[in-house]
Design a protein around this ligand. Structure first.
Ligand code: UDP
Length: 342
């Protein structure tokens, strides 16, 4: 019988790609999503969808018991917009670390021993060195990043108690995957980022290329980077989903708790990303230089040696043009869908 995995946020961007890859890998999937920013059509038809909050511990507990044994929980659900976390921190603390703690509690009370968590490079804040290793100081500079770090600490502390107190059957092992800048869509254009009111750069630029926006703003041209704009490590969503499949197998095979960067190890500036979207789309949309956005570090680039070594992760889409092209194709598809449905 195939192992059952519960995925929160499986109707969202990264969650939907990962759910599809997990189904293809032979896992039995339960998806929990409140559809705040996700879509039921994005959930693989082989998965069972429950529409509820990931932090609703009582209902999650019932689901875990009804489908026991649950081999692992993969927790994607959460708010993801850094500037919004700065303007509305309570919304972010409530929905991210507090909900995550509830979910972890439900796992502990119902015998779930493996937990994969969507963490973020935002936990590093303004890194002292790039590329950033997992041992680098964690000093997040916005509520989004602080919330992610709180959940990492919660998981580490819970795992620690099971190691010192019980061992054996009560072990709890987790993996925190620190995502860098996730972008792109599935090459078959079946899945992609469909969140309304997107703020992430690749998506925003693709929306401009599709005529959904008049222009793209560059937030800050005076950073200490080669062209003055921020540098990020853009990772294709399918490679990130593959890291989750490998991460799950690692934990199920007895791997111990770990924290892993998910990025390619090289960065591109905001200008380079915008130029690439203009080139692959062949649409010279207007670009407007403006002031810095609050909460943005100058550079975030992953050292990915550990994930390659621990999981044998081998990226297949490490190509900015491919990332932007798949994101643009997806955006065109979304635009056609919206014009059909009004
Ligand atoms: N950015 C930009 N214009 C936009 C959106 C983003 O200049 O419309 C910049 C942003 O300031 C940051 C980089 O692009 O330097 C990546 O931002 P994004 O929101 O995509 O991801 P984050 O790094 O905040 O997770």
């Amino acid at each position: 019988m195939s192992a059952t995995v519960l995925v929160t946020g499986g109707a969202g961007y990264i969650g939907s790609h990962t759910t599809r890859q997990l189904v293809q890998a032979g896992f039995d999937l339960i998806v929990v999503d409140n559809l705040y920013s996700g879509h039921s059509w994005a959930v693989d038809p082989a998965a069972r969808l429950f529409e509820l909050d990931a932090g609703d511990a009582a209902t999650i507990g019932k689901i875990l018991r009804a489908h026991a044994p649950i081999a692992a929980v993969i927790h994607f659900a959460g708010y993801i917009v850094v500037p919004e976390s700065v303007s509305d921190p309570i919304k972010y603390y409530r929905n991210n670390p507090i909900a995550s703690t509830n979910l972890i509690q439900a796992c502990r009370e119902n015998g779930v021993q493996h937990f994969l968590f969507s963490s973020s490079a935002a936990v590093y804040g303004q890194p002292e060195h790039v590329p950033i290793t997992e041992q680098a100081t964690t000093a997040p500079i916005n509520p989004y990043g602080r919330g992610k770090l709180i959940t990492e600490w919660t998981l580490a502390d819970v795992a620690h108690t099971t190691q010192i107190n019980k061992g054996g059957d009560d072990r709890f092992e987790y993996m925190a995957l620190r995502y860098f800048n996730v972008a792109g869509a599935s090459p078959d254009a079946a899945l992609g980022q469909a969140t309304p009111e997107a703020t992430h750069l690749v998506k925003v630029a693709c929306e401009a290329a599709c005529g959904k926006r008049n222009a793209v703003q560059i937030f800050g041209v005076d950073y200490p980077t080669p062209d003055g704009t921020c540098v990020r490590d853009y990772i294709h969503v399918e490679d990130l989903a593959a890291a989750h499949v490998l991460g799950l197998k690692y934990l199920l095979d007895g791997g111990t708790s770990t924290v892993l960067n998910c990025g390619y190890g090289h960065g591109f500036s905001v200008r380079e990303v915008i130029d690439t979207v203009q080139r692959v789309s062949d649409v010279p949309f207007p670009v407007v230089e403006t002031g810095r956005r609050s909460g943005d570090p100058a550079q975030l680039v992953a050292d990915n040696a550990r994930i390659k070594q621990q999981l044998g992760w081998s990226p297949q889409y490490d190509d900015l043009e491919l990332i932007c092209r798949t994101a643009f194709m997806w955006e065109q598809k979304l635009a056609a869908r919206i014009s059909r449905t009004g």
